[in-house]
Design a protein around this ligand. Sequence first.
Ligand SMILES: Cc1ncc(COP(=O)(O)O)c(C=O)c1O
Length: 426
Amino acid sequence: MIDYRHLELRILLSRRNFLTVGAAGIASTLLPGCSSHDPEGMTEWAFPASPTDDTWSDIRREFITTPGMTYMNNASLGMPPRVVAEAVWDGYRALSEDPIRAKHDLSDAIREEVLPDLAAFLGVDPSEVILTRNATESLHLAATGLKLRKGDHVIVTTQEHPAGRQPWRYREAKHGISVSEVFVPSPLEDHDSVVASIKGAITSQTRAIAFCHVTRGGHLYPVKELSTMAREKGIATIVDGAQALGMFPIDLYSLGCDAYAASLHKWLLAPMGGGMLYIRKGARENWASNYSDVSTKDHPNYDPPGTSDLPLKAAVGTALSFVNRIGIDAIEARTRFLSNYLKTRLTEISRIQILSGSTASTSAPGSTIFEMEGVDALESVPAMVDAANIHIDEHQRDGHNAIRISTHYYNSTDDIDRLISILQSW
Ligand SMILES: Cc1ncc(COP(=O)(O)O)c(C=O)c1O
């Protein structure tokens, strides 16, 4: 029996129909003539017993990638499995059939199922987590809601995404705070120097430190060490988890940060337009509402009010169920296996210099960056599509002219071999 939130959502949305048609009729009631959307048509998986390709082939079949296309740009935008796309369709269809009832049912599903599932995935309480449209929105909410006075000081790093820097610069211009950008080297070879550099930038006016969990280049930061150091000094920590959530297990209480913002449409493979923001209960008094204050015990005051894209938010539950069914530990092992394989194959090309950290503690399993002598990274992106319909990205930042390959569990060693043979021909 397949136990997807997707299926449960269908049941929730078709409660009235369910009573009249019974369980066997649910799929056809909701989606007449759409057998390809039938979750009961989904194959039983052989659970991945190891990170190698053979045990992941069933899971790969749950993706509907255009035949002949190889997607290795998950760090830009995740490629959701079929059930996630279907869950979005289910939600919008229900809204078209019976708007108000569907609105209530979707809201119930998000409150009773999706938020608790997301909170459990991150080891926190559901009242600490909200759903947003993306990491950028979450980072803005975290930065603009933090209670700061004129003259207060905030530290960010040189490797932040604009979404992790711009809201602080906005506050600098608008509210008279000051912002320091601490240089972090790439490649990132050790954690101690990152902690030391950030610690060295702290002044008596420092109120917050904002940094990535995983950078766009795939560098893995010492979140726990930084958060512990900051907490001891009474300084708030705001972590950008856009490149982390869904790639490996995350326990936010153990990491100890005060706020964690992430995209759900990257490594979690939720629908495009999904993000989250966590603010630790014990730190909430440091945040003011950006809106008229509608905070209750169970409803965070940083949650944007008003009508929102409920089908997308409900489908986050499907994405979570999909990931939970595979197991986040297995996903981490698989992505690590693939990026290790990629790095090994890249070393065969003498003109390539790998810029990802050389240890698992400094390099996340999903994204690998490297420079190739004589190759412009920007031009390599369309060239790779032309050569073999392989989708990659560039990383012309942090002083690099780098190519970024982001592999997720749906990729294979064959995909990597194809990529390598094109690079060998350049
Ligand atoms: C590290 C990092 N932070 C934030 C973002 C912005 O994410 P979103 O598109 O969900 O706003 C990205 C997107 O690539 C990112 O890589």
